[in-house]
Design a protein. Sequence first.
Length: 282
Amino acid sequence: MRFTKKIAAVGAASVLALGMAACASDDNGNGGSGSGDNASKSITIGIKFDQPNVGMKVGSDYQGFDVDVARYVAKELGYDNITFKEAKSADRETLIQSGQVKMIFASYTINEERQQKVSFAGPYLMAGQDLLVRSADNSITGPDSLNGKKLCSVTGSTSAQNVKKDFANKVQLQEYDSYSKCLPALISGNIDALTTDDDILAGYAAQPQYKGKLKLVGKPFSEEPYGVGIKKGDTELCKKIDTALTKMQSSGEWQKALDKNFGDAGYKPDPSKNPPQQIPCS
């Protein structure tokens, strides 16, 4: 889970295939139409659909910090027609490798294992792994107090496995395919804790149906650099994304997006690490 350097890019930069006659657009109406030099540029971007304040599908709308960063970057790259596709944790590498998405903004921590399959631009946020527990439960004070407890493990995420490996080898992992499915189990007592990045947990705890019922332990125990997942070796695209992210930070738009999405949740990322510096593409 620790922060690592991007693996050197190999291969030629991938090129986005423009859509055919009717290309699906961002449900917020950001798309356009036309032909020749005036044709709109279309892109498909992977995001989470079930992470409040981070990446969330609400009716026909898409909301969250990752979504706002994705829209900003896409606009800077010249795309005005966005299709958002759900990118569950277990599916992210496959979506990129198969060409179903051009970029992924989905609380996607940069690590060595993932860098064997995809490349990353960024990071654009430095989060930290924490624990979400029931408000009345004072027995869990950190990851090392989870022995004998039941911890939600989400397919495709390494958060729970790392707790078992590094802090509590007797914790019981209960597997679900999404974090949103862990929450009812936590409320009902079927599991004792949920672990992932603190920004995601803060978003869940702030939801009306969970307010007052859940709490963050509040002791982050890792660094989680959120990167933009792209096809492995696409150095040209990586550099363009990094330029857009740097502009977003220097213009104040990054902070505006952070305040907009996390203000009500009370989440403030570590100011000594945020906004994070971009790692040079190679």
